[in-house]
Design a protein around this ligand. Structure first.
Ligand code: SAM
Length: 190
């Protein structure tokens, strides 16, 4: 990523400020799909657990929510400003089991896994798809949401129709939705 693009992301994140913990968009109404584990029961009553990765985590809303669910979370983003907000949110929420990593995903995933849950939302890089699948532990769940051409105009940042299901033949598709300019794939490593 160019320095200019990184500064643009920093400015966007700095302008908005801290957020609140949020489940991944792709899991709304489907929280029962979260991998179970030995993590502590959280304040929502769920008892998920294991290791989770949030790719392009932004200001950390999803990463902190996952930590609340009992996951030990690694969260990666290129934006120092985004990560500063994310760390502030984690501190305000009393969350410790989250590790924020500053890295440019253009160079690939800076972590190897295995993870029980890999989340990537509103960041699309087809070159990264194989690494996302490879980072999953057996039984692990991928939750991927990207901008799509379906129901919107085309553009180089948007997934073409069917892109996500075609990109992960090694995973079992749990759910795939496209429409209104967004595509979501939930897929499990068997
Ligand atoms: C639209 S935001 C999505 C943030 C978060 N996933 C969410 O759903 O709120 C895209 C994120 O990708 C990050 N990003 C963009 N290009 C990146 C790169 N090459 N490496 C790492 N992070 C990148 C930006 O800093 C930004 O936080």
């Amino acid at each position: 990523m160019s320095a200019t693009d990184r500064e643009r992301w920093d400015a966007r994140h700095a302008a908005v400020g801290a957020g609140t913990p949020m489940p991944p968009d792709g899991l709304r109404g489907r929280l029962g799909l979260l991998p179970g584990g030995s993590g502590p029961a959280d304040r929502s009553g769920l008892s998920a657990g294991g290791r989770a990765l949030d790719v392009a985590c932004g200001r950390g809303a999803v990463a902190v929510w996952l930590a609340h669910q009992g996951f030990a979370v690694d969260a990666v983003d290129v934006s120092g400003a985004g990560l500063a907000s994310a760390r502030a949110l984690a501190a305000a929420e009393g969350v410790r089991r989250v590790r924020f990593l500053e890295a440019d995903l253009d160079a690939g995933l800076p972590v190897a896994g295995p993870y029980d849950l890999v989340v990537c939302q509103r960041y699309r890089d087809p070159a990264l798809y194989p690494a996302l699948a490879a980072a999953l532990a057996p039984g692990g769940l991928l939750v991927l949401t990207v901008l799509s051409e379906v129901g919107d105009e085309g553009g180089r940042f948007r997934a073409v129709p069917g892109e996500l299901v075609r990109a992960f033949p090694q995973l079992e598709t749990v759910d795939h939705r496209e429409g209104d300019g967004e595509a979501t794939l939930l897929a499990r490593r068997t």
